[in-house]
Design a protein around this ligand. Sequence first.
Ligand SMILES: [Zn+2]
Ligand SMILES: [Zn+2]
Length: 345
Amino acid sequence: MKALVYMGPGKKEWKDAPKPILVDPTDAIVKVLKTTICGTDLHILKGDVPAVTAGRILGHEGVGIVEEVGSAVNNFKKGDHVLISCITSCGKCEYCKKQMYAHCEDGGWILGHLIDGTQAEVVRIPHADNSLYPIPPKANEEALVMLSDILPTGHEIGVLNGAVKPGDIVAIVGAGPVGMSVLLTAQFYSPAQIIMIDTDESRLELAKKFGATQTINPAKNDVLKIITEQTKDGVDVAIEAVGIPETFNICQDIIRPGGHIANVGVHGKSVDLQLQKLWIKNITITTGLVNTNTTSMLLKTVESKKIQPEQLITHRFTFDQMLEAYEVFSNAAREKTMKVIISNG
Ligand SMILES: [Zn+2]
Ligand SMILES: [Zn+2]
């Protein structure tokens, strides 16, 4: 089979790789129908994630068809269409019992990280009963690819950790795929205003279409000044969806007393935590890795068209165009890329 293989920092190849086989009785072998590329894959390619070693097949998102299941898999059978979660979970360990699947003692984020991932014609999914979701008949499978990672990440680590409530003023810093997922899922909870902050004008335009009530470009405007003028004393919820000190600083500057800063971005270096200013404001700061404990709920909202995550897809490719898809995804500003879909045939 063909797969996208990490060959060490800065190097990747679309090449032949051995087809995965069942290893444990709880495994499923899934033929990948559609996959995508995540910002995390670009981090890995830069060499920022040293746990990923040369020879690893990347990718932790996708939908597919079950080809084979191990003897201990009860919920799935050959021919079932499935959504692959970016988080693998055994369902039995202490963390799984607390729904903290990200920290499963025999799982967590392992796909395309510690084991071979979904940017391949076929993938092995451990603990299939807990790590796959059945796809309802007639579902939009492209839309569901957004549920492998970005939508639950935006919803759980952004919206739920940020405790978005009716009437809140919410600021989202970063209008990339995860920031947009925050924007889509924040609307479940009826905030009064959603302010999207990003330096890319085309992404801000898109954010308005997806429900942002206001946009601010920090390259052209003083974010703190605008928010201070327009609100009493800042925003109720500030959600960081980039992962650099500058964007975390914006969140610290604009948060009002009693507010929540929810960090979603993956940071590569330390931030300057302004605790001397923040302690007296009774704020809550949260951060985390997606648990995917809301994936089933999100599936229902997509099925009922309450949200339409297919709006995030800007480019489509076939598997033999995998390297081109990476090129377009890595040059997001130039190509106006949000999410790409790569289909098997
Ligand atoms: Zn991801
Ligand atoms: Zn577990």
